[in-house]
Design a binder for this molecule. Structure first.
Ligand SMILES: C[S@@+](CC[C@H](N)C(=O)[O-])C[C@H]1O[C@@H](n2cnc3c(N)ncnc32)[C@H](O)[C@@H]1O
Length: 222
């Protein structure tokens, strides 16, 4: 599916980046492990047409995926799923809460993401989807959109990750790759991620997960 097909399927043909505001915010690519070998290898090894990222924040990892596609002539797009409202860890921490840039009681993080995508010249590679993870998975399913690669980096609590894996597994094509962030066999800051991923892999009978520097990955059997 091309980006145009995705816009038709998910946005009723209206390109969300068609008319960006003149008063764009400054570039701000703060993120977490947004540049990672698993993301680069997913692009160069699988040459995906459709990557879905669940949890995009300011766009640093989605832009890394998109840039890597452009550099390697991969004709693919990144669907960036996020409410742009933050997760519990952002609301609970004063410094991260400030990053949400609330205006009149509502986060304006999406505007930072938008500015980053426009400034990086990647509007033709990214399709934002401002829905919660489970609704977004349902919409893609309904529209017959499948993913070659999924990068899961949304809620980090065990229940969220378990629900996300269940919701997104049917969207991933057989042979597709799932990469999850904040996976740490030693527990780490979000031990629920590791518990949910390990339980899911055992239940789904997949090999792995393999892990490297805070991310893990596994392949959906053919
Ligand atoms: C850790 S940040 C993502 C970081 C990003 N991948 C990067 O590398 O910079 C997590 C993001 O997930 C989003 N999020 C959390 N739970 C979500 C849910 N259930 N549905 C959609 N987005 C969610 C938050 O709004 C936040 O922007």
């Amino acid at each position: 599916m091309t980006r145009q097909d995705l816009i038709a399927a998910l946005w009723h043909g209206r390109d969300p980046f068609a008319d960006p505001p003149a008063d764009l915010r400054a570039a701000d690519l703060q993120g977490w492990r947004s540049i990672h070998p698993y993301l680069a290898e997913a692009v160069t090894d699988l040459r995906p047409r459709v990557v879905v990222e669940i949890g995009t924040w300011k766009g640093a990892s989605a832009l890394f995926l998109a840039r890597t596609m452009a550099e390697h002539d991969v004709a693919g797009s990144v669907i960036a799923v996020d409410t742009w409202l933050g997760a519990v860890d952002h609301w609970a921490d004063a410094a991260l809460f400030a990053e949400l840039a609330t205006e009149h009681g509502y986060p304006s993080l999406y505007r930072t993401f938008l500015a980053n995508v426009v400034r990086e010249g990647m509007t033709d590679r990214i399709v934002p989807l401002p829905l919660d993870s489970v609704n977004a998975a349902e919409l893609l399913h309904l529209r017959g959109v499948t993913a070659d690669v999924i990068h899961l980096d949304a809620g980090h609590e065990e229940a969220s990750v378990a629900a996300d894996l269940r919701a997104w597994w049917p969207v991933l094509r057989p042979g597709g790759l799932l990469i999850a962030d904040d996976y740490d066999r030693l527990g780490g800051r979000f031990p629920g991620v590791t518990r949910a991923v390990d339980a899911f892999c055992a239940e789904a009978g997949v090999q792995g997960p393999w892990s490297l520097r805070g991310k893990c990955k596994f392949v959906k059997p053919e």
